[in-house]
Design a protein around this ligand. Structure first.
Ligand code: ADP
Length: 291
């Protein structure tokens, strides 16, 4: 059975055909529509999946935001504005005429990464550092979703009570500081208006402000990992997302984590499935839900 897996992020949309052995047969990507209205997102998704649908038997969606009973609600409207209540499963089932499931993207990615770790790992946490900061927790071999789908939204834990206001409404969330959007929002002077990718490229060239922004993101993430270790006693943390997987970022996070007391340290690994972790996780969860 072939799954049409779809990953909905704040910056990009990806879709792939994944077979039973978890091989990617075809993969497409496009930018998330700038307007982020229901109609715009639906239109983009229709175009993205059109060339893939006839070869699939089911659809598995991994999306940023809270997913409950197949409905997407954006926790940070700045990442997926206008999507307070988007009936994702209903829309995609209608569009493709295929059975469909939907899960949070970081929860899905956590499941894919957990399944690729050694059998002795029963407790792990996945963190995506991308447009936002998302997470997924596997505890005692089980993916935590929560009663309302909120479990693992660790990007909205407190990093700095005097920090910037997050799009979710809280002040000083990890996401408001460490994410791609948070990094870009803090840029000043000649870096103002640059995205995180450009800022990190400038950091590599030795630009002091760019370097400080990269360090601030990595240090915030290291403190989050120490908090996660204290609350879950995980055996490792796996990092994904384009900011998280950028060159030298995990090494920097590990260096900052090394400054925390030993009790709060844990192994920090790069996502084995790289940018496809969400797609693989959704496909795996669909395979388990609809064998
Ligand atoms: P999504 O949030 O849609 O899942 P990504 O994981 O690609 O997408 O994250 C997008 C964010 O990552 C943007 O803020 C972008 O500027 C940033 N980004 C992309 N490539 C890099 C890079 N090489 N270094 C640092 N940041 C990057």
């Amino acid at each position: 059975m072939t799954t049409l897996a779809i990953d909905i992020g704040g910056t990009k949309l990806a879709a792939a055909l994944i077979d039973r052995e978890m091989n990617i047969l075809d993969r497409r990507e496009m930018a998330t529509p700038a307007s982020k209205t229901q109609d715009a997102l639906q239109g983009c998704l229709a175009g993205l999946v059109a060339p893939l649908t006839t070869r699939a038997q089911r659809v598995a969606i991994a999306s940023t935001g809270i997913i409950q009973n197949g409905v997407l609600s954006a926790i940070n409207p700045e990442n997926l504005g206008g999507l307070a209540h988007f009936p994702l499963v209903e829309v995609m089932a209608r569009l493709t005429a295929l059975p469909c499931i939907a899960v949070n993207d970081a929860q899905a990615a956590a499941w894919a990464e957990y399944r690729s770790l050694a059998a002795e790992v029963s407790d792990m946490v996945f963190i995506t550092v991308s447009t936002g900061v998302g997470g997924g927790i596997v505890s005692d071999g089980k993916l935590l979703v929560g009663t309302g789908g909120l479990a693992g939204h660790i990007g909205h834990t407190l990093a700095d009570p005097n920090g910037p206001r997050c799009g979710c409404g809280r002040i000083g969330c990890v996401e408001a500081i460490a994410s791609g959007r948070g990094i870009a929002a803090a840029a000043k002077g000649e870096l103002a208006g640059s995205d995180a990718k450009t800022i990190f490229a400038r950091a590599t060239q030795g630009h002091p402000q760019a370097n400080a922004l990269k360090q601030r993101s990595a240090q915030t993430l290291a403190r989050l990992i120490a908090d996660i270790k204290a609350s879950t006693d995980c055996q490792c943390v796996v990092i994904g997302g384009s900011v998280g997987l950028s060159e030298g970022y995990i090494e920097l996070v590990s260096t900052f984590l090394g400054e925390e007391p030993k009790t709060y340290r844990t192994q920090v690994l790069a996502a084995r499935h790289q940018h496809n972790a969400g797609l693989f996780g959704a496909a795996l969860l669909a395979q388990e839900a609809m064998p």
